[in-house]
Design a protein around this ligand. Structure first.
Ligand code: MN
Length: 347
């Protein structure tokens, strides 16, 4: 069994502080802020983001995803967020110990206990960031971590008797369960788990289930769904904006509708972005690429609209695979998309 090693700080955080030296350099004297000050008020002034790196890769069964957080930092994530006026608290990367045993060849939910343990910690850390008035930005890792991060966001708002919405960008539904999954890889199951379908180790995090009301959820970018997922989508009535619909109606109209669905609750919404939602020509660094995805500009437009709307309560970028990436292009785009979601505009 794995143990999350705690950082050297005196807090109970399971995030090591080793990368914090990169983040805080006295933001009031940020030279880039001065550079940009002529273009009007910076979107991040007076706001603080909390960066939580989660280098967990064994939900996807492929090496390389565990280096997503460092790849985003190589693309100067913290510094570029600071240039938008935000204060950046980088908690570093969660320490994840390799599992001590390999699952059975046909295991239905590979590394379930290990992933559950990480998600329990991540839920607590994400909730803690919100409690301290900071905006959580979670860096994957594979998409199984969404069970942790979004459980934490849902739990924070549940305590305030509020319901959180969701915008989920992905080529896949991520709505398998151990019973329906072909691979047993948990990164294909997180949305189902958050909606209350799946093993109690995932659905029961933070002590309640489901975390999300399907009526407040919008999914964009799907083009590769399994038969059982299609059934569950129909049963729950969750709104999917497939690539077919985005082609037909355009990203702008689909995004407006997605935002209005996610805003039906009283708490705003969580955003999670799987880079396989993007077309592989723009994002080659993913282990699950499918042709015909969101273009570079469609993705930016989507997140620019999220920023304009102002309802986003947490942001997550997952599934960047450094072993498959080309010159860090996918991580670079990941940072750009985070900046768009945080209010960076062209003009
Ligand atoms: Mn996914």
């Amino acid at each position: 069994m794995i143990r999350n090693l705690f950082g050297v700080s005196t807090s109970e955080s399971s995030f090591a502080g080793f990368s914090s030296f990169m983040s805080k350099q006295g933001k009031s004297s940020n030279p880039a802020s001065d550079e940009l000050s002529g273009s009007g008020e910076l979107p991040g002034v007076g706001k603080t983001v909390r960066i939580l790196g989660v280098p967990l890769g064994y939900g996807c069964g492929l090496a390389g995803v565990d280096l997503g957080p460092p790849a985003l930092r190589v693309a100067r994530l913290d510094q570029r967020i600071e240039q938008l006026g935000y204060e950046v608290h980088d908690s570093g990367d969660m320490r994840i110990v390799r599992p001590s045993s390999v699952p059975e060849p046909h295991a239905k939910a590979r590394y379930l206990n290990e992933i559950s343990e990480v998600c329990v910690d991540l839920a607590r850390e994400t909730k803690q960031a919100l409690t301290e008035g900071e905006f959580p930005i979670v860096l994957g890792g594979d998409h199984s971590i969404a069970v942790g991060s979004i459980s934490g966001v849902a739990s924070f708002f549940k305590d305030k008797k509020q319901s959180i919405g969701l915008i989920w960008f992905d080529a896949h539904a991520d709505m398998n369960t151990p019973e329906t999954s072909f691979s047993g890889n948990i990164h294909g199951m997180p949305l189902a788990a958050l909606l209350g379908h799946g093993p109690p180790e995932l659905t029961g995090i933070e002590g309640f289930s489901p975390k999300l009301d399907p009526a407040l959820c919008a999914h964009l970018g799907a083009r590769d769904l399994d038969p059982a997922e299609k059934q569950l989508i129909r049963k729950l009535g969750i709104r999917f904006f497939t690539m077919r619909e985005i082609d037909e109606r355009g990203m702008s109209a689909c995004m407006d509708e997605a935002i209005s669905i996610a805003s039906r609750g009283d708490a705003g919404y969580a955003v999670t972005f799987d880079v396989d939602a993007l077309d592989p020509t723009d994002a080659p660094g993913s282990g699950t690429v499918v042709r015909g995805g969101l273009t570079y500009r469609e993705a930016h437009l989507g997140l620019e609209k999220v920023a304009e709307n102002g309802g986003m309560r947490s942001l997550e970028v997952v599934e960047i695979n450094t072993a498959l990436d080309v010159n860090n292009r996918t991580a670079e785009l990941g940072v750009e998309l985070i900046l768009s979601a945080l209010g960076k505009t062209i003009l």
